[in-house]
Design a protein around this ligand. Structure first.
Ligand code: SF4
Length: 596
């Protein structure tokens, strides 16, 4: 396999080229190896390398054979395993549970290169081939399945992924602090065997047998067991509520959940990265490219390149976290609600680096994060005591204590455009439109419309029905209309013809026939030709996922209808999809709604 010294080694030739006998740590991932900060494996690999460890990468190993797992030999400290940037079930199946043929995180976009439940499959393979070597699991799949959770694909409650995978420790959240702490502890392990060495690390989950104690046990909140939440939906929602409320790095408590005779112990989330730490992580020496093996001329044409990389090639991550808490979104559970922003100087530095690349054509395609207009957002409470337990930052209205970073963002955009070679800077990450519906955002929106829209701007109204929007925890449509009016006005003033790309969700809980019809009529009345309609996907650890499984809102106890059969979901989808309007009448009869 061709290797490059700009990347972490992927084979023995790579080890030899660096004069290493072995790696300290080997990362195994379900994605292709792309050394770019938008890829979790690249970030964790570079962070560990920066901490002084020898790190290798095994990307998309063939799990039906041993060879790929043996490619780098036995690591001195541990294996780190992730399914990749996506949950493997999301990557492998559509929301209709049909297998996907493509995978943007695989070479040539080819599907089928990561197994279902990749974290379990990879860990089991490693445990068989390298007995005694600790396995640390992480990434979005592990993060969202860290406690007993509802699994849409099997339509049942599954155990914590730590129990099912038999790994030694699970990292949740973005992971830099946890993984360096784990490496440092394993590096100084005095005797063979893990003992209690991995206990008490914020942002991790461990398992212990029923009667042995662990650090943090004394103050832990015990939530209903796996067996209880599997059998009883009220207990499921109670466990969900308790865990959700403790998900804060400053005020959160340790959670304990029994699984048979094992206790799963989840420590509170890791401290958010400071601006200085964010700058450091994003300043590490990424190669900003897929590993050269994917360009190899010997590969068949359909297996070259990594499509997912093309959308991130000239994009910059400015921040992490989302304060919005949309019910269907898993970001809250993974990145948290506290916004962590890089400094403008660090972002400028990265923009300068990109502008010097030989393949740079003059366009920075995005500066953003989960919600582009939350860059630089802050609240005084976040640093002191964490985000409020009983109050939300953005719903039903923006909290007056939430400070937005609009002036700083506009100044940053202007500075990026002054970099030699940069002709355009666009914002492609989604925007929270309710934060752009009022006059206080005039300067930001004016600057955005004048220079930073690549013709189309992404926003996510999601639905038009107030009942569905309330369950989604999204603002009402009147704010969306105000935003549209302002977007069109500022675009006109700038002399630009530019459009909105609206994202909608079909068959979300609380949507039945009446609501789907209403959405279809709304599209027709407003002349909207929706390009982006997603079927609702009940993700683990989301409020909407809990509603879908239990039929009740986990916080209010309100009973809420969900379209659960394939026919019902498909019918709602067909109803709102204009190209299939001829099927409208036919599908009406397929859809149920509350009271029918
Ligand atoms: S005071 Fe407001 S912005 Fe700050 S954490 Fe509480 S709800 Fe969020």
């Amino acid at each position: 396999m061709k290797d490059s010294l700009n990347f972490l080694p992927v084979d023995r030739a790579g080890l030899k080229a660096r004069g290493w006998d072995a790696c300290d740590i080997i990362l195994v991932t379900g994605d292709a190896y792309v050394d770019h900060p938008a890829y979790g494996t690249a970030v964790i690999g570079r962070v560990l390398e920066d901490a002084g460890y020898k790190v290798g990468v095994i990307a998309q190993p063939d799990w039906r054979r041993n060879d790929d797992f043996l490619a780098l030999g036995r690591p001195r400290l541990f294996f780190g395993v992730t399914a990749g940037n996506l949950d493997s079930m999301v990557a492998n199946y559509t929301s209709s549970k049909k297998p996907r043929r493509t995978d943007d995180y695989s070479p040539g976009g080819k599907g089928g290169l990561r197994p279902n439940r990749a974290t379990i499959v990879y860990t089991s393979k490693i445990k068989g081939l390298f007995p005694g070597v600790p396995v640390v699991i992480g990434g979005i799949e592990a993060s969202l399945r860290r406690l007993a959770h509802y699994d849409y694909w099997e339509d049942k409650v599954r155990r914590s992924l730590l129990i099912d995978s038999k790994a030694d420790i699970l990292v949740y959240g973005m992971g830099e602090k946890q993984i360096t702490e784990i490496a440092s502890r394993l590096d100084t392990l005095p005797t063979p065997g893990l003992g209690r060495v991995l206990e008490g690390i914020a942002g991790t989950v461990i398992a212990r047998s029923g009667n042995s104690r662990a650090a943090g046990d004394e103050e832990a909140v015990e939530i209903p067991s796996f067996e209880d939440v599997s059998r009883n939906k009220d207990k499921f929602n109670l466990a969900f509520r308790l865990a959700y409320r403790e998900a804060d790095p400053r005020r959160g408590k340790t959670i304990v959940q029994n699984h048979g005779d094992r206790r799963v112990i989840q420590y509170p989330p890791a401290e958010p990265l400071s601006t200085r730490e964010m700058d450091h992580v994003y300043g590490l020496p990424f190669a900003y490219a897929p590993h050269p093996v994917y360009e190899d001329g010997n590969l068949p044409a359909g297996r070259r390149g990594v499509p997912g990389f093309e959308t991130t090639r000239f994009s910059i991550t400015s921040h992490r976290g989302c304060s919005a808490e949309c019910s269907f979104c898993s970001l809250y559970a993974h990145q948290g609600r506290i916004i962590q922003s890089r400094s403008p100087a660090s972002i400028l530095e990265e923009a300068k680096k990109l502008a010097k690349r030989p393949d740079f054509k003059g366009t920075i395609t995005d500066i953003g994060g989960p919600t582009a207009n939350l860059y630089g957002a802050d609240c005084d409470l976040w640093a002191r005591q964490g985000a409020c337990r009983e109050k939300q930052c953005m719903m039903p209205e923006k909290c007056k204590n939430l400070k937005l970073g609009y002036a700083r963002t506009v100044a940053l955009w202007n500075d990026v455009l002054k970099i030699p070679g940069v002709k355009h800077l666009f914002v492609q990450s989604g925007l929270r439109y309710d934060l752009l519906a009022g006059n206080e955002s005039d300067d930001y929106l004016r600057a955005l419309c004048a220079k930073h829209v690549s013709g189309r701007l992404k926003v996510a109204p999601e639905h038009c029905d107030s009942g569905v929007l309330r369950v989604m925890n999204k603002p009402g449509l009147e704010k969306y209309h105000k935003f549209v009016e302002r977007f069109e006005r500022f675009s006109r003033e700038a002399g630009k013809k530019q459009y909105l790309v609206n994202y909608w969700i079909s068959a979300h809980p609380a949507s039945g026939r009446r609501e789907a019809e209403k959405l279809a009529r709304y599209f027709s009345k407003e002349g909207i030709h929706p390009e982006q309609i997603q079927d609702f996907l009940p993700l683990p650890m989301t409020v909407s996922g809990a509603i879908y499984w239990t039929g009740e809102h986990p916080f209010s106890g309100e009973k809420i209808f969900s379209a659960r059969t394939y026919k019902e979901r498909e019918a709602q989808r067909l109803m709102v999809q204009p190209r299939r309007e001829h099927k409208f009448a036919k599908t009406r009869s397929l859809i149920q709604r509350p009271g029918l």
